[in-house]
Design a protein. Structure first.
Length: 161
């Protein structure tokens, strides 16, 4: 089962290393990790996605909570969070396929970021599933490169994550 953890930490050197090391020592593979400053510059928020089908996530969250620089941890409920991911997709786009690619870009609400005679770079934001669907539709055209940010997420409503 996939878990999305929101970890509020002090914005200090070495915190990311200690947090990711804890997952490594416990045998968890991090599926995605996004870190950025928050609305308060002294804090950072880590959004960590892990597959916890083999081991319970509670043990890791309790140990995370003991780390000095960790302020708050929340295992976000999939039905009560807003989660997005960004991808840049570079695809072959010759004269014949260009209009079909543009149609798919419009359907997915994506954006063309760069165009050359033989390729297009597309920026798309959405759920992880939407990005996978878009990637699969681009593969037949000739996927050149793909990069994703990892999931960022917040709980729904007015309470803080």
């Amino acid at each position: 089962m996939k878990h999305t953890l929101s970890v509020l930490t002090e914005n200090k050197p070495g915190v990311l290393s200690r947090v990711s090391g804890l997952f490594t020592r416990r045998g968890f593979n991090i599926d995605s990790l996004a870190v950025s400053p928050t609305e308060r510059e002294e804090y950072s928020r880590m959004t960590i996605t892990v597959d916890a089908s083999r081991s319970p996530i509670e043990q890791v969250t309790k140990q995370l909570d003991k780390l000095v620089n960790v302020i708050k941890i929340r295992d976000l409920d999939p039905g009560n969070m807003v989660a997005r991911e960004l991808a840049l997709v570079k695809v072959k786009a010759d004269g014949k396929s260009r209009s079909e690619i543009i149609q798919l870009v419009e359907i997915f609400g994506a954006e063309i970021s760069d165009v050359s005679a033989e390729a297009m770079t597309i920026q798309i934001t959405g759920s992880a599933e939407q990005l996978v669907d878009f990637e699969e539709l681009m593969r037949p055209f000739g996927l050149i490169e793909l990069v994703k940010t990892g999931v960022v997420a917040l709980g729904r409503g007015s309470t803080t994550t």
